[in-house]
Design a protein around this ligand. Structure first.
Ligand code: GLU
Length: 486
């Protein structure tokens, strides 16, 4: 094990969003790649907004994605005393000071500066207060916040994504470390906990980039070594605005419910804003662990394209074992039987439908919805295809003849079903397509689907014969082509 230690530090104030999942994935992959540790921290200091339900959801989603973490997650709210001690130490070291301005006074000062055209960051008039005077005021019960004494020199660090970053001192205000009510701020808590956890690399969203110089200042002031930082560009929706619920982007657990596979989300999210440097579009967990580096992270924001994610899901679905998919479809199948959409007896067709449709579906449930002809008789045929493919007046007669030839076959297989069509189309002196398209429409009602002969074998002789006769009858009734509403 290396001493590289990364963490994912969610605030349980909402479900794990797809963007948060990507941060978790990046941290996890770097930890596994370097042989280091991947840790979790629950940042639950906002008591109003933090909920157990959200925390459970976040941990569930991380587990589901296969991001196994090391060690017990750290709970930030339990560490308040340590955070307060940090602030005391900073005051002691004269790196922080008590600021006795009331919120109104602070507000007023800031407004005055603005009116005077001063655009540098706020400096509190108490930054140079005499320590004794400060003690006295505190003892006298005057309320105060503790602010950091921002030194007059730029903060410079090397960001793993953005390279050298230099922040001028006058753009960082004397930020608050301890609120008037005695609670430590986020900046203190994060530094204290990252230090305690021995974090060596902080990889997080660009939305935290303005916090980093403040946190680096705290590390320095306490004589601690700061971790390395890498800020990952945000994810945008198709309209190039920051990805949000408005774009239909949802919680990871919602994606799970929609039928997304964890390996698809892992692959897609890892490659959203990161690239292995070649044109791969799908990567397994092990492949990602092998090649992931922060250097491959894009400086520009990535656009989230749900259509692409659907495609990726389909690719991973087709790689799953049939039995896995059978397991996934048990409940959705039972639901469809319960509400009358599918007949109970059709369960025996499920393995066949899975085998033939898994490579043509985006989601497991597509196999039930688009492949419903595996489970019940088609009631009509695709109108557009019918107009094009069922216009020869001979079609009903051909279908009847095919039905009787198929009925006569002993072994109903891919080879024999094809052979019958070849022979018959030669006899008729028509192209095989004149038979193939009507057969597909007869057995499935649809213009496309799995390979026709695999489909015929899969449905079985009895069903195929019955459906061929059914379409012949249907066409006699409705004409060639049948008059159907498109
Ligand atoms: N809890 C913070 C958040 O959810 C993350 C803090 C950090 O990564 O430093 O945005």
């Amino acid at each position: 094990m290396s001493n590289v230690r990364l963490r994912f530090a969610p605030s349980p104030t909402g479900f794990l969003h797809i963007g948060g999942a990507r941060t978790a994935i990046f941290n996890y992959l770097l930890a596994r790649k370097t042989g280091g540790s991947f840790l979790l921290r629950i940042e639950d200091t906002d008591k109003q907004r933090s909920k157990q339900e959200y925390e459970d959801d976040i941990l569930d989603a991380i587990r589901w994605l296969g991001l196994e973490w090391d060690e017990e997650p750290l709970r930030q709210s339990k560490r308040k005393t340590f955070h307060q001690e940090m602030v005391d130490e900073l005051i002691e070291r004269r790196k922080a000071f008590r600021c006795f301005l009331t919120p109104e006074e602070t507000q007023k000062l800031k407004q005055e500066r603005e009116a005077m055209g001063i655009h540098t960051a706020f400096r509190s008039p108490y930054r140079d207060i005499d320590p004794e005077e400060s003690e006295e005021k505190m003892i006298a019960g005057k309320p105060f916040a503790v602010r950091f004494y921002v030194p007059d020199e730029p903060v410079v660090y090397i960001d793993g994504v953005h390279g050298k970053v230099e922040i001028p001192a006058d753009s960082i205000e004397d930020f608050v470390l301890l609120r008037t009510d005695g609670t430590p701020t986020y900046q203190v808590a994060v530094v204290g906990d990252d230090y305690e956890m021995g974090i060596t690399h902080v990889v997080r969203g660009d939305d935290h980039i303005s916090n980093t110089p403040k946190q680096i200042l705290i590390y320095k002031a306490l004589g601690w070594t700061a971790p390395e930082f890498a800020h990952v560009p945000l994810i945008l929706g198709p309209d190039k605005k920051r990805l949000s619920k408005r774009h239909g982007a949802a919680a990871v657990t919602e994606y799970r419910e929609k039928g997304y596979l964890p390996e698809a989300i892992l692959s897609f999210m890892a490659m959203l804003g990161w690239s292995p440097g070649d044109d791969r579009e799908l990567m397994t967990h092990d492949e990602l662990v092998e090649v992931f580096t922060t250097e491959g992270i894009n400086k520009r924001s990535a656009v989230f394209d749900e259509r692409k994610l659907e495609w990726v899901n389909g690719q991973f679905l087709s790689m799953r074992e049939d039995d896995d998919i059978l397991e996934m479809l048990k409940q959705p199948f039972a639901d469809r039987v319960a509400d009358g959409r599918l007949p109970a007896g059709a369960a025996k067709m499920l393995p066949i439908a899975i085998h033939l449709l898994k490579s043509r579906s985006h989601f497991p449930a597509d196999i039930l919805d688009r492949g419903d002809y595996f489970f019940k008789e088609p009631e009509t045929v695709d109108a557009k295809a019918a107009k094009k493919r069922l216009k020869d007046p001979e079609t009903p007669a051909w279908l009847d003849e095919l039905a009787s030839r198929y009925n006569a076959i002993d072994e109903f297989t891919v080879e024999t079903t094809e052979q019958v069509i070849r022979v018959y189309s030669e006899e008729l002196e028509v192209g095989a397509g004149n038979l193939i398209h009507p057969i597909r429409l007869a057995v499935s009602g649809q213009p496309s689907g799995p390979g026709l002969f695999e489909l015929l074998e899969g449905l079985g002789k009895e069903t195929v014969v019955r459906r061929l006769k059914w379409l012949a009858e249907f066409l006699r009734e409705k004409g060639t082509p049948p008059d159907l509403e498109e």
